[in-house]
Every structure is written in C-alpha cells, then in structure tokens.
Design a binder for this molecule. Structure first.
Ligand code: 5AD
Ligand code: SF4
Length: 439
C-alpha cells in the first residue's frame, strides 16, 4: 500500500495525482494510514517556510515507524527537493529517507522506485531544467475526486517575483500543446467531470514558445467548443499578462465561471517594483473596472503578501485602500517568508515580526467586513450551483457558486454531482443558505 501526502498548491495536488497514477499501474493500492503503508511519499511545497517546517516535522515523526518496519520506503519529492540545501539536509539529517526527487522527474517515479528497491542505496534525483522544453504527456492520472478535476496547461514560471522560490524549483515556463490539452479535456467531460480547473503558475502567458500561435483566450475558446454539461475555472492569472481579450472571453463564454483570481500582492507601486511585478495599481484597477463593465456580477479574489522587506505603514495603508476599492470576495493572505536564493532574501527587512502580524490582523478585519457585506448582497439571487457534498445540517447538500462561495440547501442526495438552481435565502458567516428551486 502507498500513502502519498500533498503539501502546497493545486499544481502539487495535480502532480500527486500523477504519482498515484503511476503507483496504481505498478500495483499499489492507497491508504491514509501511515502504519498500513509500505511506501510513504511526501510531495512538498517550498513557497513559505512554515510549509517546509511541517514537512521536516512529519518526516521526523516517521523515524519510529521505520525502525518498527524496516521494509518501509520513505520518499520525499516536490518543490522543496529541487533546492540543493534541502536535499542535502535530508541526506544528512534523515538517513531513513531512501528516495528523494524533484518536480522535474515526476514521470520517472517507477524507475526511481525500482532503483531504491534494488540498489540498496539511497536514491537522489533533482531535475536539471537546462533548455529541455519537452513535456512528458500521457502519464496515468489517479484523480482524487469525481466531480472536479485539475488540468495542467503549463508548467513553471519565468517571472521571478523577487520573493518567490517557484521559478527556481519549477523551472522555466513550458506550455502543453493545445491538442494534448483538448484531448485530456474531452476525456474529462466524457468521464462526467463537471468542474475543470486549468492550472498554471501564470496561465495568462500560456502559449509562449509553442509553434502554434495561441494564447490563453484562444485555448479557452477552443475548450469551450467541447459539448457537454460542465464549467471551467482557471488559475493563476498574473495581472501583467491578464488581457482585455481574456476578460472579453470570460464575458462571451457561458461555460467559464464569472470569477477572476488576480493576485495583486500589495497596493503600493513602490513595493510592486521591488517585487518585480511589472504592473501598477492603476493598471490593475483598470483591469478590474473593465471586467466589472464587461462581465456583470463578476467577483474577484487575490493573494496579498504582508510585510515584504521594507514595507512601511504607508505602503500597507495603500494595500488596505486597494483591498477596499476592489472589494474581493476572497483574499489569501500571507506574511512574507524569506526564501533562500531569491532576490528579496537580500533586501533589508527591518520591520519587527510583531508589526507584521499586527498589519495582518488589520487586513483580515477589513477583508472580513468586505466579505460579509458581499455575501449578504448575494441573498435574494437565484443561482446555478454544482452539488458537490453534504451540508453541515442533516438533510442538506452543498454546492459552490461561480465566485467560489458555498451554499447549503435541503435536497435529496441523488442530486450529488449535478447542477441545481438554488435561491439564496440567507447566510451563516460566509456560507450561504438557500432553497432548491428546480433541478
Ligand atoms: N512569502 C509569502 N508569500 C509568498 N507567496 C509566494 N512567495 C511567498 C513568500 N516568500 C504567496 C504569493 C503567491 C502565493 C501563491 O503565495 O502571494 O501569489
Ligand atoms: Fe512566483 Fe511570481 Fe511566478 Fe507567481 S508569477 S509563481 S508569485 S514568481
């Protein structure tokens, strides 16, 4: 039996599905219980320090299990392992980890595992990204869920935002060919998946380097030609590459959710330069305004970093101002975490931790009030939701709106996995309550 545990973003979730797919073809079944496993694989995240600490903690906890069961194979893979100093730390401090590999060699799992089993030695494999632009297609995928699916359209990132480790651990941008994406998309629709989320670190630069002249809007239009009952989400959009054409496409295609995750990171132009983001607050707001005009009812979400090196109270106030101006439905907020090897790691960072956490608290308060008001404003509408799970109260089901909000309503569980029309009647914090109108 194998246990694959995923840390971090959706890209890692998608990679884990490929790891499981390969393991399944090798004959493995899956478990969530460490004690039952013959192989434990941690697919790690390097974006922030606390994710790394959790991995070290969890790997450390396996020491006793390995002693009890020497045949257990412990592997660590993913973004953290693409950093030389991390792989070295595993080599030195965790001798019972016998398999270590990075994001570039996910497709080599069977070979690496075979080496681990037969060589009697520890196996370490980090990808060198060199100029290799090939993408390994056709890997088996063991999908976690049966209603929603992830579909990677591009790998890597060329942006080098100064705080971010991703370009170092995932390498340069590589887009999959539209034909390969379309084939996978069709197979998902045929298999009955209703929500397909297109993934990439920066989907808006999709197509760069491909022989075909195709951008992300073209790809969306192509996928929307596939007949069937489904909807499309995508993430992540970089504001510097989000185009008016993209917004026009969202407006024109009923199958695309009317929601845009557009990470702004902060509201100070001075810091946006320091972060190497290549847009201004003015441009960002222009995009938001255009989207509001073209796509009535569109909602937004964003990522914000608080306490970037050198962030002053004045910079932070500008972030608060922007958050208020846009009125995000959801905000993913992070305190800046220093990542070895990035440019920002060398920038002076005099702001005390206490000040940063205090700013974060203030930001969350502002956002809570905004989200509550936006959620309440939804009440009274009738919306189409995809029924995905059970609600908190007995006899209720839950589904999600375009804007990712959850609604709970009384209905028969036979509706699971299908679309339902729900009238929104109230809210419990940020969860909407509703009643079924028709199936
Ligand atoms: N510290 C804090 N947050 C970070 N992110 C990326 N790198 C860092 C870092 N070093 C955040 C950004 C990005 C999201 C996925 O993670 O907001 O959009
Ligand atoms: Fe990191 Fe910036 Fe690339 Fe996003 S766009 S993955 S924040 S470097």
């Amino acid at each position: 039996m194998a246990l694959v545990r995923t840390y971090g973003c959706q890209q890692n979730v998608a990679d884990s599905e490929k790891l499981r797919g390969q393991l399944q073809e090798m004959g493995f079944a899956f478990t969530e219980q460490e004690e039952e496993a013959d192989l434990i694989l941690f697919n790690t995240c390097a974006v922030r320090e606390n994710a790394e600490f959790r991995v070290y903690g969890n790997v450390g906890n396996l020491k006793a299990l390995k002693r009890q069961k020497p045949s257990l194979i412990i592997g660590v893979c993913g973004c953290m392992m693409e950093q030389e100093h991390v792989a070295e730390k595993i080599r030195q401090s965790y001798p019972y980890v016998s398999l270590v590999f990075g994001t570039h060699v996910v497709h080599k799992l069977p070979e690496l595992l075979y080496q681990t089993l037969t060589s009697g030695k520890r196996v370490f494999s980090r990808g060198d990204d060199s100029e290799d632009k090939t993408i390994v297609e056709g890997l088996p995928i063991h999908r976690d869920r049966d209603i929603r699916a992830w579909l990677t359209v591009m790998y890597g990132c060329d942006n080098f935002c100064t705080y971010c480790i991703v370009p170092y651990v995932r390498g340069r941008e590589k887009s999959r060919k539209p034909g390969d994406i379309l084939a996978e998309f069709k197979s998902l629709v045929e298999a009955g998946y209703k929500e397909i989320t297109l993934l990439g670190q920066n989907v808006n630069s999709y197509g760069k380097g491909l022989e075909e002249q195709v951008d992300f809007s073209d790809l969306l239009n192509l996928l929307c030609t596939v007949p069937g009952d489904y909807h499309i989400r995508f993430m992540t959009s970089h504001p510097k590459d989000a185009s008016f054409k993209l917004i026009d496409t969202i407006a024109a295609q009923p199958k695309i959710c009317k929601h845009l995750h557009l990470p702004v990171q902060c509201g100070s132009d001075r810091l946006l330069v320091q972060m190497n983001r290549h847009y201004t607050v003015e441009h960002y707001l222009e995009l938001i305004e255009y989207a509001r005009k073209k796509v009535p009812g569109i909602t937004f979400s964003s990522d914000i970093i608080v306490g970037f090196p050198g962030e002053t109270e004045e910079d932070f106030q500008k972030t608060l101002e922007l958050v208020q101006k846009v009125g995000y439905m959801q905000l993913f907020t992070f305190i800046y975490s220093k990542r070895t090897g990035t440019k920002a790691a060398d920038m002076p960072d005099p702001t005390p931790r206490k000040e940063k956490t205090d700013r974060m608290t203030r930001l969350l308060k502002v956002q809570d009030d905004i989200a509550m008001a936006l959620v309440k404003a939804q009440v009274g509408q009738t919306v189409r939701v995809l029924v995905e799970g059970y609600g908190r109260n007995e006899g209720t089901l839950s589904g999600r709106l375009d804007n990712n909000l959850t609604v709970e309503f009384e209905a028969d569980s036979a509706l699971m996995g299908s679309y339902a029309m729900v009238r929104l009647t109230g809210a419990r914090a940020t969860v909407l309550l509703g009643e079924l109108v028709e199936s």
